[in-house]
Write a protein that binds this ligand. Structure first.
Ligand code: HEC
Ligand code: HEC
Length: 338
């Protein structure tokens, strides 16, 4: 083996190799996996003010005590309606400058509450301003630091209409003839805090149905003969029940919903997993959200039609399945339930 005490080249080479391997593993590969993450459909991009607020959030070190990640465990349920997914951090794709990447503010320390959904939980601007000026003014036993430098003490006579006066009580501010006025920085920070709201998962029912396909009409008039197995229109059903998440193109939404185009599960010779996913729902991987169960919403014929649409679209080319296969798996699933 190498003798690092004598062979300095080997020492430097080993150090460089270690550096390259580590940075590839923990920085380059994860960053490239994040490249094509897309936001959820109803996720709003940050406004200019909110983005400035994000910068203040970073520079004041709020991330030291506050997380912005809801994990899929019981104790995190109070912080959001669903576990966080990569799409939630889409804002960090916009750089903060030529040299600065915007961080994803997941945080790792929860001295204070998680802020993922603070915009919904605490929507009052006034509350936030007083709280930032001095947390003890609204939460008696708070250990959060005060941020008085985000405010100025202004002479009452100099206060103009544009000034946002913060109603801090006498015991926390007692300079005679002066009032606490929020600076632009404080207002932007609060705008950012209010923008922190978990975007909702698209639900199948909120999706506006596609107009009935013309060939659907053709089918019912029988001009092309009855469809095989007398199945409903799989494409139309797919558009109504699945496309809100997996998209009409079958490409999914990176960071939220997996693609069905080219999916090994969709194209599997044995359709059992595919049928089970539709019947039972699916939550196998942390890089994606949760897929609801469709057992109650879709009957066996409809599931068969959707599956056959998926197996023959977007470049997929697997053999169609029959209604009997779906019925058999449904019975199996029912018998497994206690
Ligand atoms: C030393 C740790 C610490 C730091 C740093 C800190 N906080 Fe807090 N924060 C807390 C604690 C503890 C609470 C709970 C008590 C309270 O509400 O004041 C809290 C509460 C909050 C709340 C209310 C949450 C809720 O669910 O009601 C908001 C909003 C908040 N902090 C924002 C911020 C912002 C913005 C910053 C940076 C400017 C920041 N915090 C910095 C510890 C901290
Ligand atoms: C509310 C959003 C949503 C809807 C609606 C939805 N899915 Fe999903 N689907 C997901 C998510 C999220 C996953 C990934 C879950 C995981 O891996 O943790 C998934 C995974 C899948 C997979 C596995 C793909 C793979 O290769 O891993 C298939 C197949 C699938 N869905 C089919 C369907 C079908 C068919 C429908 C319509 C009946 C449908 N989905 C409706 C969210 C949805």
């Amino acid at each position: 083996m190498f003798n690092f005490h004598k062979d300095h080249r080997a020492l430097v080479r080993t150090a460089i190799l270690g550096f390259v391997l580590l940075s590839t593993g923990i920085a380059i590969i994860p960053a490239s996996q994040m490249q094509d993450v897309q936001p959820l459909p109803d996720q709003k991009p940050l406004s200019a003010a909110e983005r400035r607020g994000l910068e203040t959030y970073i520079s004041e070190g709020c991330v030291a005590c506050h997380t912005q990640q809801v994990r899929g465990i019981e104790m995190d349920k109070m912080w959001g309606d669903r576990p966080s997914i990569p799409s939630d951090y889409f804002y960090s794709k916009q750089r903060m400058g030529i040299l600065r990447q915007s961080p994803s503010l997941l945080g790792s320390e929860r001295t204070g509450p998680d802020l993922t959904n603070i915009g919904k939980r605490q929507p009052g601007i006034d509350w936030h301003l007083i709280h930032l000026y001095n947390p003890r003014a609204v939460v008696g036993a708070s250990v959060m630091p005060s941020y008085p430098w985000l405010f100025e003490a202004k002479d009452e006579t100099l206060i103009s209409e544009d000034d946002v006066v913060v109603a801090v009580g006498k015991e926390h501010f007692n300079q005679v003839g002066k009032k606490v006025v929020a600076t632009e920085k404080a207002l932007d920070l609060v705008a950012y805090l209010q923008s922190l709201q978990q975007a909702e998962m698209p639900s199948a029912s909120s999706f506006i149905p596609m107009k009935k396909k013309e060939d659907d009409a053709k089918k019912s008039t029988g001009s092309e003969g009855p469809p095989i197995d007398d199945l409903p229109d799989g494409e139309n059903l797919y558009m109504n029940t699945c496309a809100a998440c997996h998209q009409a193109t079958g490409k999914g939404l990176p960071g939220a919903f997996p693609p069905l185009a080219g999916s090994s599960i969709v194209n599997d010779e044995d359709p059992e997993t595919l049928i089970r996913i539709i019947l039972q729902g699916y939550d196998a991987r942390p890089d994606y959200g949760l897929m609801p169960s469709f057992a109650a919403q879709l009957n066996d014929k409809e599931i068969t039609a959707i599956i056959n649409h998926e197996r023959s679209s977007w470049g997929n080319n697997a053999k169609p399945i029959s209604v009997e296969e779906v019925t058999a798996i449904r019975e199996l699933v029912m018998s497994e339930q206690p």
